[in-house]
Each structure stands twice: as structure tokens, then as C-alpha cells.
Design a protein around this ligand. Sequence first.
Ligand SMILES: CC(C)(COP(=O)(O)OP(=O)(O)OC[C@H]1O[C@@H](n2cnc3c(N)ncnc32)[C@H](O)[C@@H]1OP(=O)(O)O)[C@@H](O)C(=O)NCCC(=O)NCCS
Length: 169
Amino acid sequence: MDTQAVSQSALLCRLPTAEDGPSLHHLIQQCPPLDTNSRYCNLLQCTYFARTSAIAELDGDVVGAVSGFIPPDRLDTLFIWQVAVHEQARGRRLAQQLITHILGRASSQGVRFIETTITADNGASWAMFEKLAASLNATLSSEDLFDCERHFAGHHSSETLVRIGPFIL
Ligand SMILES: CC(C)(COP(=O)(O)OP(=O)(O)OC[C@H]1O[C@@H](n2cnc3c(N)ncnc32)[C@H](O)[C@@H]1OP(=O)(O)O)[C@@H](O)C(=O)NCCC(=O)NCCS
């Protein structure tokens, strides 16, 4: 399943490639409050982290993306780094579909937990991960991780660690 794209009418969920770098960078810019990363970082997400990331195309345009990785010291965990769905493509649970697409790959077989971080005021993100947990029949727990003052020197809101699992794929 790793190289197989999944298509629903005009919607396509697939592995990213290096050629997606510019589109991913543009999409993230259009999806506040996400931090924009360097173009080089986006290229790494599309290549070295491709198997734990996914791109959504609608009628050939990149309208959604999820980047993630498996932490080297916790091989049963998929850490979701960034989730972005273009405003015009929202309302069809595309983010959840992209994460489910990643979990459906052979390379995700050992994954039993999802982790991510969310700021307290990001209602859309909380709602999306709560619905994802429900769809996986798994519990969602949260704890403080990165503090506004202590870890971001006051330049970024505090980030809460969200953990979903264990689940069976
Ligand atoms: C978070 C995001 C990726 C979700 O996009 P999406 O997959 O299109 O999500 P949907 O619009 O289909 O919403 C999914 C569910 O969350 C709910 N939801 C959406 N926005 C919400 C909000 N602001 N507050 C509460 N619930 C919300 C929807 O009602 C929906 O539930 P339902 O399916 O039961 O109706 C998108 O809003 C986005 O890109 N936001 C900006 C970037 C961001 O914050 N990313 C997440 C941080 S990593």
C-alpha cells in the first residue's frame, strides 16, 4: 500500500515527493496558525519523512498535507508534526483521511500510538484529533509539554502534548 495512492472522486491521498516542496510551503503559509518552516525543511518532510507524511490533491491542486515521523526511541508512535487543509477544502474530514492514509501503509504496521502537540486555542485541531481518537476506538490523553515562557521565550503559545492510543490497526 506504501506507493499506492487512494482516490475518491477528484480527491487523491498519496505519498509526498520532492516536487511537492513548493506546494507544501505555500499551503502551510495559507493555514495559520501553523508555523511556516524553511523550504528546505518542507523538502525534508516530502522526502526523508515521506512515509510518515501525506499529500491530498483535489482536482490536481495540493489542498491538504500531514507531516509526521516515528521518534527513534518510540517505534510504536507516529508523531504528527503539522496538519494543513486549505480553507476551501475544509469540512470533509480531510485531515483525518490523510492520517488514516498514513496509518494504512505497510510501514505503519507497528504503530500503536499517535502523538501531536496542540495550542489551547486551536479548536479545529482539538476537534479533529478527538474525532480521530474516536474512530480508532482509542483514548486521548493530554499533558503540558512546551511552555510559552520557558521553552518559547514568550514568542509562541504553550503547546499541549496529545497522546492517542493504544490502538490496533
Ligand atoms: C485542523 C484542520 C487541518 C482540519 O481540517 P479538516 O480536516 O478539513 O476538518 P473539518 O473541517 O472536516 O472538521 C473536522 C471536524 O472538526 C470540527 N471542527 C472544525 N473546526 C472546528 C472548530 N474551530 N471548533 C470546533 N470544531 C471544529 C468539524 O465540525 C468536524 O466535525 P464533524 O466531522 O463531526 O462535523 C484545518 O482546520 C486547518 O488546516 N487548520 C489550520 C491549521 C491548523 O491549525 N492545523 C492543525 C494544527 S497541527
